[in-house]
Design a binder for this molecule. Sequence first.
Ligand code: ADP
Length: 328
Amino acid sequence: MKQDLKNIAVLTSGGDAPGMNACIRAVIRTGIYHGKNMFGVMQGYQGLIDNNIIPMDARSVSNILHMGGTILKTARCLAFKEEAGMELAFKNLQEKEIDGLVVIGGDGTFTGAKRFGEKYNINVIGVPGTIDNDLSGSDFTLGYDTAINTVIEAIDKIRDTADSHDRLFFIEVMGRDSGCIALRTAVASGAEAVLLPERETSLKELITKLKAGASTKKSSSIVIVSEGNKYGGAYDIAKSVKRKFTHYDTKVTILGHLQRGGSPSGFDRILGSRLGYAAVNALIAGESMQMVGLYGNAIKLTSLEDALNTHNYKLESDLLEMTHVLSI
Ligand code: ADP
């Protein structure tokens, strides 16, 4: 891998996540501190193809640490999946003599980064930036903690109204392939049940649980539904339950995109700063094709290949059993 890099670029790609700005700030300032020329790529891989690559200095990232979203914008770019798109992206980087690239994003972004780094002579480091927490090698991905806090705040409000009206609420949260947000928010909001893409919960099991609560005078029940569970969305599951559980007033709330937005939590600001700082230090140390992650309370490098291997990633299944016990 290349040593002694001079010019480093950073981009954000895929779904935006709170804390990306904190990370961009850390990348730019760490690079400048070490005497590197720093660049920001607009709109993810699309900006590489369109040559939308701008020089950045320490002041370019002033006052962004607390902001949600990403100042570099993000995009889903199909052209980067094609050889021609990748070649053009590399040509644009070469013209500016950029020899190091930090990509902040989720599994799609890493898949692209891996292909790009394997084919072309450029050092690539990934930062796990996704609210889904579905990458291996980092206990937490950037934005996950903020998203959890946002969902908890919303559920607290729903619980007030559910309680006042003796209602059963189905709340759909993000996580098509990963039940992490659903599971953690279920614990923190005292949900009566949670449906995840990774685990099968039968309708019968769910109804037994809800009936047990009703018979012990629970005034409201909340079921958290991860959008990727096997019954479909929250509306589908609410309809099926309503058929067997007629006396309850059943409501559905889909939290949707509000889960992505908002000012990053303290945790995500610190995580973004640590990961951005570590990403540039890894590039300076001559590393490539690695993801920087938080493991325990230490920064760890994991190959992009291992980060993408979902077999390495584990759902906190002890929390599932605990949710069941604590909501009797
Ligand atoms: P996320 O990174 O949040 O998972 P996506 O799955 O949309 O988001 O991926 C982000 C971008 O990564 C895509 O728009 C595309 O440009 C790039 N990408 C995804 N898969 C590949 C691939 N197989 N080859 C090259 N680029 C890819």
